[in-house]
Write a protein that binds this ligand. Structure first.
Ligand SMILES: *[C@@H]1O[C@H](CO)[C@@H](O)[C@H](O)[C@H]1NC(C)=O
Ligand SMILES: *[C@@H]1O[C@H](CO)[C@@H](O)[C@H](O)[C@H]1NC(C)=O
Ligand SMILES: *[C@@H]1O[C@H](CO)[C@@H](O)[C@H](O)[C@H]1NC(C)=O
Length: 373
């Protein structure tokens, strides 16, 4: 897995666009203003007693530096982080006070990096950079944050999206996004490709479908650099929808029909039986017993045993027990062989006998010498 996938993917949620049309993208975070509850009072005390000499994020920078309110590089130190470090504060959008965590524009900085580079951060605060997962983890765990993504398209159009909550875990938790809040987007009617509502913008645009859960040639494993709209993890495409993998059926091409997982489909003349198993269609030859017909009953097509026979349709042994080989013969079994009979009044269960069929009669052989056969 690309180290940054967990974190990168969120910058690309619903409102984002195909990277090819983007000329710049800036992502920043801002402390959320919570409704005034007792929490606020507790927070205030907490900040009062624990106040560090450094601002803990760009919001503190903005409120502490009343002389300077311009966007630029400032030094902050989130609660618990050992060293103060530089960040770029954006005071030009959304009332200012936004701590910028990444920016991409010219493409001069390579974002295809290792886990440790994403951990420590890379690039240049004045141009393109990734702040670093470790810093981001401390930042987002010291208070409630919202996330904002500002995007400029190469055609000049711009828009931004905000997520009401945002938090990632520490390295032990692999910097996974543990919280992402409600999403808002100010882009309406701008001319760009938007992901359909049930899809997300991801670092892998490979389409895994119900028919092909691993994607062509297992592209789920190897699709770096192909960003685009895709189904969230655990979902697969079915037609134009992303549906839960467990809800995927199987597509039976010959009948132009999707059958749910676990169900079977038998074709028109009962010569093939297809079953849907873990979203894979497995078909095998199927054939009705000579004592069965191919029929649709209660909306289920399959081989049904004729009256007097019982079975699954492929095998239909007689349901009536034969008294002797004459009954066996009369039931249409004209071949010599071993049959099960049960004479009238016999107290036990049916037993096997050898029947020898002559002309139109069946003889029960009471004694035979194996050497004669
Ligand atoms: C700083 O700039 C922002 C955005 O231009 C503005 O909304 C805000 O009122 C300014 N704050 C101060 C303290 O001047
Ligand atoms: C969205 O926000 C951007 C940046 O503030 C602004 O330039 C743009 O006009 C807005 N777009 C719409 C459709 O409101
Ligand atoms: C079709 O095949 C499946 C899987 O082998 C089996 O479970 C099912 O009973 C078969 N259907 C019929 C009608 O025989």
């Amino acid at each position: 897995m690309e180290p940054s996938v967990a974190v990168r993917a969120i910058f690309a949620f619903l409102c984002t666009i195909t990277i090819a049309f983007t000329s710049s993208e800036e992502t920043s975070i801002h402390r959320r203003s919570l409704p005034s509850t007792t929490d606020d009072t507790q927070m205030a005390h907490y900040f009062f007693y624990q106040r560090s000499e450094y601002p803990k994020d760009c919001q503190d920078v903005q409120s502490q530096c009343s002389t300077s309110n311009s966007s630029g590089v400032y030094i902050i130190k989130p609660d618990g982080f050992e060293e103060p470090f530089e960040v770029f504060c954006n005071n030009d959008v959304g009332g200012g006070g936004w701590t910028v965590i990444q920016r991409r524009d010219s493409g001069a900085v390579n974002f295809d990096r290792s886990w440790s580079q994403y951990k420590d951060g890379f690039g240049f605060l004045s141009t393109e950079f990734w702040l670093g997962n470790e810093k981001l983890s401390y930042l987002t765990n010291q208070a409630h944050y919202e996330l904002r993504v500002d995007i400029k398209l190469s055609n000049g159009a711009s828009f931004y999206t905000t997520y009401r909550g945002f938090r990632i875990t520490d390295e032990w938790g692999q910097y996974q996004v543990t919280h992402i809040g409600e999403f808002e987007c100010n882009a309406t009617g701008t001319p760009f490709t938007q992901c359909p509502t049930n899809m997300i913008y991801g670092t892998c645009s490979c389409k895994a479908t119900c028919e092909d859960p691993n994607g062509h040639s297992g592209c789920n494993r190897d699709c770096l650099g192909t960003e685009g709209c895709t189904c969230p993890a655990g979902f697969l495409m079915q037609g134009s929808d992303c549906i839960r993998a467990s809800g995927c059926g199987c597509f039976v091409a010959e009948a132009n029909l999707v059958i749910p997982d676990g169900e079977t489909y038998v074709n028109d003349d009962c010569t093939r039986n297809c079953s849907c198993n873990n979203n894979r269609l497995i078909c095998e030859d199927y054939r009705c017993s000579t004592n069965a017909v191919c029929d649709v009953r209660n909306e289920i097509r399959q081989c049904y045993c004729n009256e007097g026979y019982e079975g699954d349709g492929e095998n239909c042994p007689s349901s009536v027990s034969y008294r002797d080989c004459q009954d066996v013969y009369d039931a249409g079994n004209t071949q010599d062989g071993v049959y099960s009979i049960m004479p009238t009044g016999w107290p036990g269960s049916p037993f096997n006998v050898h029947c020898r069929m002559h002309g139109d009669e069946g003889w029960t052989v009471s004694h035979f010498n194996a050497a004669n056969l």
